[in-house]
Ligand binder design. Structure first.
Ligand SMILES: [Zn+2]
Length: 414
């Protein structure tokens, strides 16, 4: 079938769904606090499933708590899926995650109404958990279940900020953690995720929408520099083993490396802990974090190597012991080139101006890439802000993003 002239998305309907679902976990003004398996989460997932049914999709919750809406295709085969996560930061805003879950639902409803039954099966999804905002090590719980990335011991060893296990939290809402493996899917062909940008690049470019070429690789180091604790007055400078001096040089050097490389490389030293942290004592040790990211797999590796070599060199020259642990290591995840091109052309046909960009934040798409072709659509964020009640995207920009999504799904499924 040839491409449609246009898919039409109703702005009033989009706005209504965004505001209605923001009530579940409403946290003062425009804030939303909706953590996985909480009462607010239960209400929001039920509402999402109801809305799927009202749109003429068949709705179900899988064994980990993801909600799926399904529009059966006439030719069967693997599904084309779109969605994002329904949980939030504490507090987050009205858009991070939930916008993509709603966008998938709204796009499928519009396609069904305007073009009837697709050839390929279309599905929308609200992932149960992405933010780690209740269980710090749960991140991507929903998409990891779908891709077989949850180990059998995880439900009882993933502990919440309140001391509860995620297994208990599941049982509290009627889900059996032993059945998580049943959430696994091997019949998804393509996954497209719409999300707010969470940065200022689209705003600076004066554009509403971007097609995402890949998700940045993310590595978190925890680094320990150790010297010799001594008196701050009696010990001459040339005899010291001062881990603070090494830390200062390393922090400046690793951040400077990413700064010199330029976009899209980023490096952040966000946390530092000094022992014993006293005015008149040369410290015993400095423990700090390094968060470093790049969307190109080769350059990401090169950035790691450059920074690691630098840290070793500084420690050696300053006669300090250095040790690090890698706490998080998500490889860079390039989008599928074919799907990117499909979305770019769909945007052109819809008259939506776009640019290509990489994602500096992690997303469910990088998990889904284990089992499917993936790509993402970004919608402009006001002042680039997110993970705050102040995050905002205009309905015009959101509708433009959903138009690109729907027109892209049309090309993939009709
Ligand atoms: Zn998100």
């Amino acid at each position: 079938m040839s491409a449609p002239t246009r898919v039409t998305i109703d702005p009033a309907f989009v706005e209504k769904l965004i505001l209605d679902i923001a009530q579940y976990g409403s946290d003062g003004g425009t804030g939303v606090s909706r953590t996985v398996y909480s009462p607010e989460w239960v209400a929001a997932t039920k509402t999402y499933a109801d809305w799927c049914e009202q749109a003429g999709l068949s709705a179900r919750m899988d064994t980990v708590g993801n909600v799926w809406g399904r529009l059966e295709g006439s030719e069967g085969g693997k599904s084309i899926v779109s969605g994002s996560h329904i949980d939030s930061q504490t507090p987050g805003g009205r858009y991070d995650g939930i916008l993509g879950a709603l966008a998938g639902l709204i796009a499928l409803k519009a396609l069904k109404e305007q073009f009837g039954t697709p050839k390929r099966t279309l599905e929308c999804i609200a992932f149960c958990e992405e933010e780690s905002s209740r269980f710090p090590s749960a991140n991507f719980w929903g998409s990891r279940a779908i891709t077989g990335g949850i180990r059998p011991t995880d439900p009882e060893t993933t502990i919440g900020f309140g001391g509860e296990t995620i297994g208990d939290a599941m049982r509290d809402v009627g889900l059996d953690p032993a059945r998580i493996p049943e959430a696994r899917r091997d019949d998804i062909d393509t996954f497209v995720e719409l999300h707010i940008e969470q940065g200022p690049i689209l705003e600076h470019a004066g554009l509403p929408v971007a097609v995402v070429t890949g998700i940045t690789g993310i590595r978190h180091y925890e680094i320990k520099l150790r010297g010799t604790q001594n008196h701050a007055g009696a010990f001459p400078m040339d005899l010291r083993r001062d881990p603070m001096a090494g830390f200062a040089e390393i922090a400046n050097g690793v951040v400077d490396t990413a700064h010199r490389w330029g976009r899209p490389a980023v490096s952040t030293v966000g946390r530092v802990h000094v022992m014993p942290n006293a005015t008149a004592i040369i410290p015993d040790s400095v423990v700090f974090t390094l968060d470093t990211r790049h969307p190109d797999p080769d350059l990401c590796r090169k950035l790691h190597e450059t920074q690691e070599a630098y840290m070793r060199e500084v420690a050696k020259r300053r006669n300090l012991d250095i040790d690090w642990k890698i706490m998080i290591d998500h490889p860079a995840c390039p989008s599928d080139k074919g799907v990117v091109e499909t979305l770019r052309r769909a945007a052109e046909a819809q008259g939506v101006p776009t640019m290509l960009m990489a994602s500096g934040a992690g997303h469910d798409s990088q998990q889904m890439a284990r089992i499917a072709k993936v790509a993402m659509i970004f919608v402009r964020s006001k002042d680039g802000r997110s993970h705050t009640p102040d995050e905002f995207s205009s309905i015009e920009d959101i509708v433009a993003g959903i138009e690109v999504l729907a027109a892209g799904l049309y090309r993939l499924a009709y």
